[in-house]
Design a protein around this ligand. Sequence first.
Ligand SMILES: [Cu+2]
Length: 116
Amino acid sequence: MLPTNRHLQTLYWLSLVLILISRYSFAGPPIIQIEIKDHLFYPAIVEVPANTKVKLLIKNLDDTAEEFESYELNREKVIAGNTKGVVFIGPLPVGEYPFFGEFFPKTAQGKVIVKE
Ligand SMILES: [Cu+2]
């Protein structure tokens, strides 16, 4: 039930606002999920905001290991079969940053598109 007293009501809304602010400021970098299935990335194209640190959470649904690799992003991460891997990217300028699965480069291809 809402407090009826005016001062209490102000306090109530103020605390709500504070809770919301603290949630957003301590949320950490945005998380983007990518799945590896049958040696392909889903989604293969990932859009991220410019000048922002982003956490890529890569779930390998295959039984075989895969390596997330990107020369443009300067990242390399082996993800064992049926496990998850985390790769932080950014903050990056606007552009396109290809990545691939090094163990199956012919099939596992993707791209990070950084947009303003
Ligand atoms: Cu490699």
